[in-house]
Write a protein that binds this ligand. Structure first.
Ligand SMILES: N[C@@H](CCC(=O)N[C@@H](CS)C(=O)NCC(=O)O)C(=O)O
Length: 217
């Protein structure tokens, strides 16, 4: 059995939940309450000294961290259905799009950044919200431009079936919607997000469908 240490709102955990669902792998999720600071508890720091989720455990293997590295691992041990294209150029493109979301934008809005802004730079709640919304919009706008300009984009980020690029996209889109940032004016992202959410594997992994989530946020 696969054990996931995650959090309902965590975009990085959302990416891993989708991949597990797409590949038909059963898992149990233990919620680490990031709002209560449980990522800093000694037992979690033993799993991940970076005080972050997700952490995935399989059998006796060491704890696995970093959502994109976990996705690559899942792809290697369960290659079907594939979440990476068959060709090298396609794989490079898909990894690059996933990294646009997961490495360039997501890290700017996580709790440790919000806490630093509040506690050390004395940013007010509305300034922190503006910071978060700025980076969410930047991520959406740059992705729309990139995806719209490239004929490799299809019903999903790369062609007509989901790849890890879509896991990056949907985790960013749902974080943005949590801040009332809509995607209606971004037709390519909006279409891809709709196609992703039509799949049960994505819908079942949605943050608001996880234990501990509020009715809305
Ligand atoms: N690059 C990492 C990001 C891990 C990460 O920062 N996760 C967030 C939740 S999405 C977290 O646990 N943050 C804890 C904190 O900032 O205190 C990944 O993709 O797994």
């Amino acid at each position: 059995m696969i054990k996931l240490h995650g959090f309902w709102r965590s975009a990085a955990t959302f990416r891993v939940r989708i991949a597990l669902n797409l590949k038909g792998l059963a898992y149990n999720e233990d919620m680490i309450d990031l709002d209560a600071g449980e990522q800093h508890a000694p037992d979690h720091l033993q799993r991940n000294p970076h005080a972050a989720v997700p952490v995935m455990r399989i059998g006796d293997a060491p704890p696995m961290t970093q959502s994109l590295a976990i996705l690559e691992y899942l792809e290697e041990i369960h290659p079907s259905p594939p979440l990476l294209p068959a060709d090298q150029i396609g794989r490079q493109r898909v990894r690059s799009i996933a990294l646009d979301f997961a490495s360039d934008h997501h890290p700017l809005i996580v709790p440790r950044i919000r806490h630093y802004l509040a506690d050390h730079l004395e940013a007010a709640p509305d300034q922190i919200r503006e910071w978060i919304c700025h980076w969410l919009r930047e991520g959406l706008n740059s992705a729309e431009a990139r995806l719209a300009a490239d004929k490799a984009t299809g019903e999903f980020c790369h062609g007509n079936s989901p790849t890890i690029a879509d896991l990056g996209l949907i985790s960013h889109v749902m974080a943005a919607r949590g801040f009332q940032i809509t995607t209606g004016a971004l037709p390519v992202i909006d279409r891809i997000a709709t196609n992703c959410l039509a799949l049960e594997a994505f819908a079942r992994a949605l943050p608001l469908r996880q234990p501990g989530a509020p009715a809305t946020h």
